[in-house]
Design a protein around this ligand. Structure first.
Ligand code: UD1
Length: 345
């Protein structure tokens, strides 16, 4: 059974390709490599023994997307990861975010409909909840006005999908709202690979520990939380990837309760930044150099998931602990840097 994974050489995409292949799916990757590298395809093959078919082009190009779908009209579903995701950059370059994230989604939906490809899994985010009024946050929580153009693209994307499904009853979609994915595959052959200076916490921690950054800035310690830092629901990327396989199977096997469904992907546990640092220091044995500085604009104080609907309906549960997340991220950083030194990757 053939599945298209857009953004399949990216961080969450590559982990999902591995899980799909290991569950017997045939995977086709489309990625424009704007934030990932071609050798990831070989790393995936090294893990699974199967090299996925890979095409490099931009899904925001309507003609190329239409041509791709005409050639692959036997697809059973699409998992759409390919999108920009840096909150700060989206504030600086809103049109770049709207154009890339929304146009590519529209092109994909149009081509799915034209070629009878019925099932879409969409990468959404807990950012759609803003600072929720109630914690933990369930799928029933109201969508708050987006804090950034990036967050707005996720909200608008979910609306575009729902309107399209309303007009074309052959289509189904599942939006997966991710909390904070971190960690890496056990093999340390794939992991998070930010371009330039990382925006996100864990790659910043591991790059600091390995000596690429002088210190980590902890953005604020005066929040109304136990350790004064913002609380997030960190989830192991492999747990997250496995949820995509479950979602695809649910669609293909006709077990959806409605043509559009939404699921939170989190552990249900929140941790502060200092707890993540403590976990990293414990599992790595490395003392991290960090400084507490002012708050980062746009950060919400606390958000963690109520994953009970996902647990019940998908029969999926995040299993890996925070220590497993930070340990795997550290193993990946070390392995990647060692390989890069050898091969000038
Ligand atoms: C954000 C978005 C999320 C998006 C993700 C991808 C929100 C609520 N979340 O996650 O939707 O998918 O980015 O880019 O908008 N931190 C530091 N120092 C650093 C980096 C981070 O202290 O150098 C802190 C942050 O203040 C935050 C926590 O670490 O409290 C996690 O930050 P980060 O990893 O960037 O993720 P979010 O901002 O939660």
């Amino acid at each position: 059974m053939k599945i298209l994974v857009t953004g399949g050489t990216g961080y969450i995409g590559s982990h999902t390709v591995v899980e799909l292949q290991q569950q017997g799916f045939e995977v086709v990757i489309v990625d424009n490599l704007s934030n990932s590298q071609a050798w990831i395809v070989d790393a995936i093959a090294q893990i699974t023994g199967i090299k996925p078919h890979f095409e490099q082009f931009d899904l925001a190009d309507r003609a190329l997307t239409a041509d791709f779908f005409r050639r692959h009209n036997d697809l059973k579903g699409v998992i759409h990861f390919a999108a920009y995701k840096a909150v700060g950059e989206s504030v600086e370059k809103p049109l770049m975010y709207y154009r890339n994230n929304l146009v590519s989604l529209m092109n994909i939906l149009e081509s799915m409909a034209a070629n009878g490809v019925p099932n879409l899994v969409f990468s959404s985010s807990c950012t759609v909840y803003g600072q929720p009024d109630e914690l933990p946050v369930s799928e029933k929580a109201p969508i708050k006005k987006a804090e950034s153009p990036y967050g707005n693209t996720k909200q608008i994307s979910e609306e575009i999908i729902q309107d399209t499904l309303h007009a074309d009853k052959r289509l189904n979609a599942i939006a997966l709202r991710y909390f904070n994915p971190i960690g890496a595959h056990d093999s340390a052959l794939i992991g998070e690979l930010p371009l330039g200076v990382p925006n996100n916490l864990v790659p910043y921690i591991t790059q600091t520990a390995i000596g690429l950054r002088p210190h980590l800035n902890v953005f604020g310690s005066d929040y109304n939380t136990p350790d004064g830092t913002p609380i997030r629901d960190y989830i192991h990327v492999v747990d997250l990837a496995q949820a995509h396989v479950v979602a695809v199977k649910r669609m293909i096997e006709g077990r959806m309760k409605a043509s559009f469904e939404v699921f939170n992907l989190g552990t249900g546990t929140g941790n502060g930044v200092l707890e993540v640092i403590n976990s990293f220091e414990r599992v790595s044995g490395v003392k991290l150099n960090y400084k507490i500085v002012g708050r980062r604009a746009g950060d919400v104080e606390k958000v963690w998931a109520d994953p009970s609907w996902s647990n019940q309906e998908l029969g999926w549960k995040a299993k890996r602990s925070l220590d497993e997340m930070t340990a795997s991220a550290w193993k990946w950083e070390q392995a990647y840097r060692a390989r890069a030194k050898e091969t000038n990757q």
